[in-house]
Design a protein around this ligand. Structure first.
Ligand code: HEC
Ligand code: HEC
Length: 395
């Protein structure tokens, strides 16, 4: 199986979402089937979208692609985010809607266009245009939404649905300032943070805990970061250079994707949180919700907003004060596109606690990263934070 080709990350896997939980057509799948096959043919279908568009600005969906009728005039990363939302909501691989030629209209693409129109109409005529109904509202990981309540579900184990809505400062919740101060203290304190100016790390990354690929990370304070997963079909590289962000991958219709809006904000957040000395300034409008629990641990919950429109919810272990989860949402034409990062295995690096293990989940893939070694305060070639080249399969 060539699971190595999967990319999680901001937007572009040609794979479907996580295993189907209650699709009427797909039985629950094992990780080996998640790729849904077809990476090779997908690769052959890669278009050179980056060449279209006006110089100086990334191409829009209808400039980059051939047959876009509804989701026009939006950045390509947002368009791909919408594709990820379709996959996640219906539990379909890209290839279950698409033919090998992405632009070709299949019966499911035609149905989907009707669905897009329907969703837009529902929101416009009932909710003054607010995007409160999405594909997920009905589909919830199934190709056919259910009509009748299932009593097994009603009386079964409760499912934890992460609070996906934006929240306000809750009465009785701690002040965001207190929680962030405790976090800075927990990772080593402002003084030690200021002394850690860069690090380079190595380890492995695997898809849903399966096949392992070599992984590298480069971080330079305050906000440059590059991660590279050496996959079978070529490297998957995510870079934020302090201002711009990119995702390069072999398995995507766009070889090097420019990050925009909320996805760009998200990449900036990931970079800043790698050496979190400026955590308070990274987002604005900080607010706290009442503490809750994640995986049996009490957590403080903060939310903040980024300049490009990202909303991020941060979960801090109540006892240790460490950051255990970030869920960030980028806006798209079809609803918010979530990315969730879960951190664990904090270890000491030059007096600062750095997570050595995390999972990076997006609507169409999840990478499980484990670092094995981290070198603090190393000189990193500036080119490491430049725009990545398109992925090339190793010979
Ligand atoms: C539920 C069906 C569905 C799924 C799943 C889906 N797509 Fe799409 N896709 C569409 C529809 C519909 C369009 C056309 C949108 C429009 O006309 O505005 C489209 C258009 C595209 C295009 C533009 C093709 C062109 O040249 O016109 C690309 C590229 C694409 N999708 C990639 C993907 C990828 C990658 C995935 C998996 C992450 C995916 N799609 C999942 C329905 C789907
Ligand atoms: C208001 C509820 C609702 C929303 C919102 C909704 N759908 Fe559907 N969708 C349905 C129902 C119900 C069916 C099954 C219809 C049938 O059985 O004839 C369906 C069927 C489909 C199918 C056909 C599945 C198959 O078996 O081939 C696709 C694809 C699909 N929806 C995609 C989407 C996408 C993508 C979105 C978001 C743009 C969306 N739907 C939003 C209710 C919804």
């Amino acid at each position: 199986m060539s699971v190595a080709s999967v990319i999680g990350g901001t937007g572009l896997s040609t794979h479907a979402a996580a295993p189907a939980r209650h699709s009427t057509q797909n039985a629950v799948q094992g990780a080996s089937q998640l790729s849904c096959g077809g990476e090779e043919s997908m690769k052959a279908a890669v278009q050179t979208a980056a060449q279209a568009g006006t110089p100086g600005r990334p191409p829009m969906s209808d400039e980059a692609f051939k047959n876009v009728r509804l989701l026009k005039g939006i950045p390509v990363d947002e368009f791909m985010g919408a594709m990820g939302l379709f996959s996640a909501a219906t539990s379909m691989c890209c290839l279950e809607c698409h033919a090998e030629d992405w632009a070709a209209d299949t019966p499911r693409k035609i149905t989907t266009r009707k669905m897009i129109d329907m969703v837009n109409t529902i929101n416009r005529t009932n909710f003054s245009g607010r995007k409160v109904v999405s594909c997920w509202t009905c589909h919830r990981q199934s190709d056919r939404p259910q009509v009748t309540p299932s009593l097994d579900v009603v009386y079964g184990e409760p499912i934890f649905w992460a609070p996906d809505d934006l929240f306000f400062q809750a009465k009785g919740a701690p002040s965001p300032e207190t929680v962030l101060d405790k976090y800075i203290q927990a990772v080593g304190g402002a003084e030690r943070l200021a002394k850690l100016t860069s690090f380079a790390g190595k380890g492995s990354s695997s898809l849903y805990g399966g096949f392992k690929s070599a992984f590298e990370i480069y971080v330079k304070a305050p906000n440059q970061r590059t991660t590279i997963i050496h996959q079978e079909l070529g490297d998957k590289t995510m870079t934020f250079d302090g201002k711009n962000g990119w995702l390069a991958s072999a398995v995507t219709p766009v070889p090097v994707l420019d990050l925009t809006g909320g996805e760009l904000d998200g990449a900036r957040l990931d970079a800043e949180l790698s050496i979190p000395g400026r955590v308070k300034q990274v987002l604005t409008q900080w607010r706290a919700n009442l503490p809750t629990s994640v995986n049996g641990h009490s957590v403080n919950v903060l939310q903040g907003t980024g300049a490009g429109g990202v909303t991020a919810t941060l979960y801090f272990d109540e006892q240790s004060g460490l950051l255990t989860r970030v869920v960030r949402y980028a806006n798209s034409a079809m609803g918010r596109v979530p990315t969730q990062i879960d951190f664990e295995d904090y270890r000491d690096v030059a007096g600062v606690k750095i997570p050595f293990k995390w999972t990076f989940a997006w609507v169409s893939g999840r990478d499980d990263v484990q670092l094995t070694e981290v070198q603090p305060n190393v000189a990193i070639d500036a080119a490491k934070f430049g725009k990545p080249a398109p992925a090339v399969a190793p010979k």
